[in-house]
Design a protein. Sequence first.
Length: 260
Amino acid sequence: MEDGQVRQRIAKLIGADNDVYSVRMAAVFCLGLSAILWWMPLLGPAVAGYVCGRKAGSMVKGAAVSLVCGAALLLAVWGLSAPVLGHGGYPGASAADAAASLSGIVGATASYLASFFAEGTSSLELSSLGVATVFGAVGGLLSRQVRKETAHLIALGATEGSSRPAARSMRLYSANKGLGFESFDDCIAAQRMVTNVNADAAAGRREGHGGAPRAQEGRPVATTVQTVTTTVSSGGPPPQGKKTDSPFSDILERSERKKG
């Protein structure tokens, strides 16, 4: 396998926890927590199952993943018990007695394996597997309930009274289905793409109807105001036959005539 493929798989495994609900990461959490906390009666398997169910996202998935992961862990412990605990007389002796007769690294490993067995026997403790399965279902049920409550509150909004019908995206979110996008940044990118396409289409329609857009559109209009100054002499009105440049010459002439 090439180095690039190895890096891609490692990056994919590390980034898998970015999803809100993931069966694969639920299995990883369940196996890890079970291996670490199984020695704690009732509490260890309960924590492992609950975390698994919350990450799985539904009651059925949580119970199934907890059951499969717990069974796989017990199967691995049973397979290691014969070569490790066998040095202490297992299976003729109980797992705890066999582990107590060993020392060093082998003794520590045997003590860890003995925590998966029923007290004073050489049989695996299966009740812990049932506890993990039940709490896996409880965690998945709570995950679904949280999604329903979130969708209901969003539908209510800031108003009181009857709720509005939930949007399609909220129904998909409540059912733990794909929404078509994974993050807000994906929504913004899609919106920008649609906006650019609409702008290009509008430009194409303008070019198809009227050719190139008018270059003179929007140019400011220059207006020149001409000021005319009229001087009226005190000697009387201008002669009849003389033309003047003043637009008020006729009005002034008629006014002088009335005064005379």
